[in-house]
Write a protein that binds this ligand. Structure first.
Ligand code: PLP
Length: 372
């Protein structure tokens, strides 16, 4: 094989950090795994039945690129409250697919994309793929949105700001005031604000807000992976200014083509059936979140995780990588913050797991905190 065949851009996409974490996990015999960002609950039976029915009915061919009209209509109904005349909707292959289309359709080579540090790893790599450069804006120690810090990072090359609330990895939910200030800053400075709302249905204390409430040009990427427990179905969507959605659809036509048709049908029918209840799962996640906060209280510095299913405590000593290695020595798998950040000070816990696993993991963390 000729090394020249590998595109030069691939050398700028570094997956070694996350790969190292997976390799470490493989070496463990019976790991207490608090590393996985996957929902703990399975897909609702009503959705499964509707998708199986769609497959048996033969709805197995391409859908229109923009997505099934009935699913687009269901999504449009949930965002009608913004009252934006120019807001269009498309169905994508996951939130990740929506994000890729969004960045590819908007970022020119050399453009700067502001991400709030710590950030979801895909933002960096997809920006690189589009030829752009990520500019991290530090949000430690409370992971709140400080608009002054973002304003200070804006240059003539700034094209996009990406915001993610509820946040991966911190679990912090931005307030209406923070999002409003960010939305207005982007509007005033002519910058496209991309809002990743994939954890929007997982807010435990405060109400969820989107910056689209204050800026009609916000481009939202979202999906059903986390809310409906279907990360493997690859179903997401985007909504925003019709002109951008049009360009994203053009690109989808020549890449993903469409999101899986029977699965789009299944979700659309289950939503239309009106039987989907999420209250039980949400209550269980809230209880698991409470277990984490109670167990770590007074032992770890922790910004209150109000949403998603993550917490991001500070390592009690050394770097987060060193601390995670120590945890692995105790068969506990957690992710060091430098996977998501310029800093290597915090670590991510996912509480999307059984109470038993979570309690075992928290016991180990309490024990580790006590060690000198
Ligand atoms: N955005 C964030 C912040 C995530 O944490 C994830 C998955 O972990 C995604 C997007 C990707 O979601 P999807 O499965 O819908 O592509």
């Amino acid at each position: 094989m000729n090394e020249r065949w590998i595109a030069e851009r691939m050398s700028r996409i570094d997956a070694s950090g996350i790969r190292k974490a997976f390799e470490m996990a493989r070496s463990m015999r019976n790991p207490v795994d608090l590393s996985i960002g996957m929902p703990y609950f399975d897909v609702d039976d009503a959705i499964k039945d509707a998708a199986c029915e769609a497959i048996r009915e033969g709805r197995n061919q391409y859908s229109v690129t923009m997505g099934l009209p009935e699913l687009r209509a269901a999504i449009a109904a949930t965002i009608a409250r913004y009252g934006h005349a120019d807001r269009d909707v498309m169905v994508t292959s996951g939130t990740a697919g929506a994000l890729m289309l969004a960045l590819a359709a908007t970022v020119n080579p050399g453009d700067e994309v502001i991400v709030l540090d710590p950030y979801f790893v895909m933002y960096q790599h997809q920006t690189t793929l589009a030829g752009g450069v990520t500019v991290p804006v530090d949000t430690y120690p409370d992971f709140r949105i400080d608009v002054a810090r973002i304003a200070a990072a804006i240059t003539p090359r700034t094209k996009v700001v990406i915001v993610n609330s509820p946040n991966n990895p911190s679990g912090v939910v931005a307030s209406a005031e923070e999002l409003k200030a960010l939305a207005l800053l982007c509007k005033e400075r002519g910058i496209l604000l991309v809002s990743d709302e994939v954890y929007g249905s997982l807010c435990y204390d405060a109400e969820f807000h989107s910056p689209a409430e204050w800026n009609e040009d916000v481009l939202v990427v979202d999906g059903y992976s986390k809310a409906f427990g279907m990360t493997g179905w690859r179903l997401g969507f985007a909504h925003g200014p019709a002109r951008i959605i049009q360009e994203m659809a053009k690109l989808q036509q020549f890449t993903f083509v469409c999101a899986p048709t029977p699965l789009q049908t299944g979700v659309a029918r289950a939503i239309a059936g009106g039987t989907l209840g999420f209250a039980e799962q949400k209550a269980a996640y809230r209880r698991k979140r409470d277990l984490v906060v109670e167990a770590l209280d007074g032992l770890y510095e922790l910004a209150r995780p109000d949403g998603a299913f993550y917490a991001f405590p500070k390592a009690p000593r050394g770097t987060a990588s060193e601390f995670c290695a120590e945890a692995i020595g105790r068969e506990l798998l957690i992710i060091p913050g430098n996977i998501f950040s310029r800093r290597d000070t915090h670590f991510r816990i996912s509480y999307a797991t059984s109470d038993e696993t979570l309690k075992r993991g928290l016991d180990i963390l309490r024990d580790l905190a006590g060690k000198a």
